[in-house]
Design a protein around this ligand. Structure first.
Ligand code: UDP
Length: 459
């Protein structure tokens, strides 16, 4: 029995990274025969409207225009709440109150998708919650364990974690974080990261490298290429010098290999790299690259040597082995899976591991045989299958993780369950838009002062 809701799904995004990671999902929703994405940009970062249209062909239904220099977090949050509330009420009218039939609710959005941890996403989640629109959180379950680091993103994602009915978590570890906080496992789904979908999509486009020092790469399709990045503070100085020395040694032992190093703009990092590697013909030093050509470069690489966090998730998704030049990594799942090898910053160790990858096809293949725990390029597909299942009760998506259960999500979102012979049906519970003023006025705060409690009527 279909749900009594319309097939429009709100997708709210505020920043460029959200747009990069959400466009594969918007694309899939657009291709879907019954669901329709309604994209709203908050204006936190400019140019998103054009980016969404460019990558997805999807018109942005509204730009809330809240971005301006110097905006405080509270101003941003309140502007997004007010702007999105107004947009939804104007487009759909008030939330369905006292509804029992399906006709009346057909005009109301079936869900609101937010991504990650921005203030735009947190504000949008709360707005949707107030209007009784189920919140679907993409890239759910990342945690550092303190609300102050990163600030305010960690609290944003924890807040969204409380509000959301459905959590699309990139990995099983992310699901464990949510379960630890009391989220029922049945409201979670392991999907992989949509960022990997985006990377695979862009890596296939023939974007030009667009810089003279990489012209050779437009035509050279055979030389093995090693891409190297290094920027982490704990590697500044000796660590980065050791990595550069390993590259120099490898140019001597493997003259057929070409090295591409987008050098981090930090002067300390750049000086160290240039001192060891400047002038070596096999080494191309370049400035940091745009995301699309960098994705193309990763896909073209035989091996990546890096201390970056994001690249540890990205390169394995393109089947490229990664040597991680750090003592520890928070991407332990990749190390366990065998898509990453932790080599630290010891020159000998880096040279030995790189030599093994270059000389032994079996060792190289062993990296790419393993599924990438951060995503396989099908995250958006899984999320849309889950949304389809939630909205239309279509077949349960192929299991990805512990135990996604439709009824748990819908009941959490406030849908009323009725059991019938042909299975349960779900309807939105009665909703009242206006808060009961009298109820609010009854709230009395009791300040803890030595003079004893004083009655204060809440605003
Ligand atoms: N990246 C890029 N161009 C570059 C180097 C990196 O677009 O020249 C991308 C990379 O694909 C990754 C992101 O920048 O998604 C972050 O990488 P970085 O190494 O700067 O930082 P971390 O992930 O450690 O925060």
């Amino acid at each position: 029995m279909p749900l009594p809701v319309s097939p429009e799904i709100l997708v709210v995004l505020g920043t460029r990274p959200e747009a990069i990671k959400l466009f594969p999902l918007i694309q899939r929703l657009q291709e879907h025969p019954r669901l329709r994405p309604v994209v709203v940009t908050t204006g936190q970062h400019k140019e998103l409207v054009d980016y969404v249209l460019e990558t997805t062909g999807c018109e942005v239904a509204a730009d809330l225009g809240v971005g301006r220099p110097g905006l405080t977090l509270n101003q941003l949050t309140s502007s997004v709440v007010a702007g999105l509330d107004e947009f939804i009420l104007r487009r759909y009218g008030p939330p369905p109150a006292h509804i029992t039939g399906r006709v009346k609710v057909d005009h109301y959005p079936a869900g609101c998708i937010v991504h990650g941890d921005t203030s735009s996403a947190a504000a949008a989640a709360i707005t949707a919650f107030h209007l009784r629109i189920p919140v679907l959180h993409v890239e759910a379950g990342l945690r550092t364990g303190t609300t102050l680091e990163p600030f305010p993103e960690e609290l944003n994602r924890q807040l969204i974690g409380r509000v959301a009915s459905f959590h699309a978590a990139p990995t099983r570890a992310n699901v464990q974080n949510l379960v630890r906080e009391g989220v029922e496992i049945g409201r979670t789904f392991v999907t992989g990261n949509t960022g990997i979908d985006a990377l695979q999509w862009t890596a296939k486009r023939s974007v030009p490298y667009d810089r003279p020092e990489l012209d050779w790469l437009e035509t050279d399709t055979t030389s093995p290429v090693i891409t190297v990045t290094a920027h982490r503070r704990e590697n500044w100085g000796e660590g980065i010098a050791n990595i550069a020395r390993a590259v120099r040694r490898l140019t001597e032992t493997h003259p057929e290999v070409r090295f591409v190093i987008p050098v981090h703009p930090n002067p300390t990092v750049a000086a160290t790299v240039r001192e060891v590697l400047e002038g070596l013909p096999a080494v191309t030093l370049t400035s940091p690259m745009e995301a699309k050509p960098f994705g193309r470069l990763l896909a073209r690489s035989t091996l990546v040597i890096t201390d970056s966090g994001g690249i540890q998730e990205e390169a394995p998704a393109l089947g490229v082995p990664v040597l991680v030049t750090r003592a520890t990594t928070e991407r332990t799942e990749g190390v366990e899976a065998g898509t990453l090898e932790l080599v630290g910053t010891d020159t000998e160790r880096i040279v030995a591991s790189a030599t093994r990858v270059l000389d032994d096809p079996e060792a190289r293949a062993a990296f790419s045989r393993q599924p990438n725990p951060y995503g396989d390029g099908h995250a958006a597909e899984r999320i849309v299958a889950a949304v389809e299942h939630l909205v239309f009760n279509s077949p349960v998506p192929r299991s990805s993780g512990p135990g996604f259960v439709r009824s748990e999500v819908l009941e959490w979102a406030g849908f009323h369950r009725t059991d019938a012979l042909d299975g349960p049906t779900f309807e939105r519970d009665d909703v009242t838009l206006e808060h009961d003023r009298a109820e609010l006025e009854d709230v009395v705060l009791q300040p803890l002062t030595s003079d004893g409690p004083t009655d204060v009527v809440a605003e």
